[in-house]
Structures are given as C-alpha cells and as structure tokens.
Design a protein around this ligand. Structure first.
Ligand SMILES: Nc1ncnc2c1ncn2[C@@H]1O[C@H](COP(=O)(O)OP(=O)(O)OP(=O)(O)O)[C@@H](O)[C@H]1O
Ligand SMILES: [Mg+2]
Length: 247
C-alpha cells in the first residue's frame, strides 16, 4: 500500500503540488491532468527523485525515505524525459539497470529477455540506443521499469510518441502485469487507460480534484458518456495554457 500524506512541492514561488493525499492499493491508476498540472512532479516524489517541500510518502506504513534500497528494489520507474545512454546497446543498458536494481546476476539474462519481449524490442537489443526511433526509446524505458518484477510501477507518459499498434501493445501489457502490484500511469491519451484503470486520478493545479473508477466519474460529471468527456468537462478550458499559477 502506498500512502501520500499532505504532499506539497514548491519550486521557488511556484506551487507545483498542493497538499496531495491519496492511498493506492493494488491496481492500475491513471493520472490525468493538463500540461503543468504536477503529474511528473508527483511521480518524482513517489520515486524519491524529488523531495517534497512538506508531506510524506509511506509504503506499507513506512516512510520511503527511511527505507532506502529496500524501497528502490520494489520500485520501477519510467521517467518522462529520456535520459538514455545512446552508445549503449539495448542489452547493455538493461544489464546496467538490472545491476543497479540489485537483480542477481544469474537471473539477469532471463529477465532482460523477458522485458525485451514485453516491449517488442528483442530484434533491436544488440543495436545502440542512439539508433532507436523515439518510440523505441520510450519502450526501452518501459522495459527497464519492469525489470525485476517490481511491486510499484510508475510510468510517466509511457505511450507518448508511440504508433497506434505499439500504444495498444503497451496498454495490453500493462493490463497483463497488474494483479499484486500498484501501477501508476500518466497520460494525455484517455483511451490508453480508460479500459484498464481501476481508478482515475484527476490532477489540476497541483491538487487532486477527484479520483474514482471510470464509471463513477462518468456518473459524477453529468452527461459524460466516457472518460474523454469527463476530461473535457474538468479541463476543457485549461488546455490552451499552462495551468500552473503563481502563489
Ligand atoms: N525543476 C523545476 N523548476 C521549476 N519549476 C518546475 C520544475 N519542474 C516543474 N516545474 C513546474 O511545476 C509545475 C508542474 O510541472 P510537472 O512537470 O509536474 O507537470 P506535468 O503535469 O507533468 O506536465 P506535462 O503534462 O507537461 O508533463 C509546472 O508549472 C512546471 O513549470
Ligand atoms: Mg509530466
């Protein structure tokens, strides 16, 4: 169980997250919100890459900052920004990430094979990442996030830039890995998560304005027949500008 307790994040005078509290249990969570809503900031705080200005992240009741390596070994994260090693081959990059995650050496080979197959990159595995297309780079980021079968998986816009076939493939794969895991996925493409999310979290101006199942949200927002219509009712007027506001 992952608990966020009163998380706020201030960048200078800009408040990117404002008192966010939510508890996630096993399932797939879709994180929706316009550019600048605070999705990546929230994910970076959950993964421990950023410290909140105030508030706490707890895993099964324990503060994740105190858990250190034990927390990192149960966490998989695919960041939005690609910071990949262009001269590494796919296999070398995944071996490096597997070592960082502390996956035992004798399990690494099989695990790398599994995740390459998962994102459909087996054929590219021996080529340098610099030669990959944008969508392939995106997919190898997803592959490293699921190395070692982590219990908490954070995917920041995993389908950005993917062609429709690979987008569907990633979506179905996410559906298939759920179960005894918490998976948090941000996206701007509502159809990526509408059919797979157990819950949708709507983030606006650094605040969670609602979180519920797709069908419950459709009931709450009158006349919404699907999640896209919920999104447009909630965010329709905001998408043309950065929603962040100075305090
Ligand atoms: N390192 C930083 N320094 C200053 N401000 C930042 C920094 N990172 C993010 N912000 C600001 O915090 C707010 C939230 O940004 P964040 O990247 O979390 O949004 P997002 O929901 O992930 O947006 P997108 O959909 O564009 O990825 C924005 O106003 C952004 O300008
Ligand atoms: Mg982002």
């Amino acid at each position: 169980m992952l608990e966020l307790k009163n998380i706020s994040k201030q960048y200078g005078t800009r408040r990117a997250l404002d008192n966010v509290s939510i508890t996630l249990t096993n399932g797939i969570y879709g994180l929706l919100g316009p550019n600048g809503a605070g999705k990546s900031t929230l994910m970076n705080i959950i993964t421990g890459n950023l410290r909140p200005s105030s508030g706490k992240v707890l895993w099964d009741g324990k503060c994740v900052q105190d858990m250190g390596a034990a927390y990192r070994s149960l966490l998989g994260y695919a960041p939005q920004q690609q910071g990949l090693y262009d001269t590494f081959t796919g296999i070398r990059f995944l071996s490096y990430m597997a070592a960082l995650k502390g996956i035992p050496k004798k399990e690494q080979k099989q695990e790398i094979r599994r995740v390459l197959d998962y994102v459909n990159l087996t054929e590219k595995a021996r080529q340098p990442i610099g030669s990959y297309s944008g969508g392939m780079k995106q997919r190898i980021l997803v592959a490293q996030a699921i190395l070692g079968n982590p219990r908490l998986i954070i995917l920041d816009e995993p389908t950005a830039g993917l062609d429709p076939r690979e987008r569907v493939r990633i979506r179905e794969n996410i559906r298939n890995i759920s179960g005894d895991k918490i998976i948090l996925v941000s996206t701007h493409v509502v159809s990526d998560i509408e059919s797979i999310a157990s819950e949708i979290i709507l983030l606006r101006n650094g605040q969670i304005i609602n979180h519920d199942t797709v069908s419950a949200l459709c009931r709450k927002y009158r006349e919404a027949e699907n999640l896209e219509q919920v999104y447009l009712q909630v965010f329709g007027e905001e998408d043309e500008h950065d929603s962040a506001y100075p305090i």
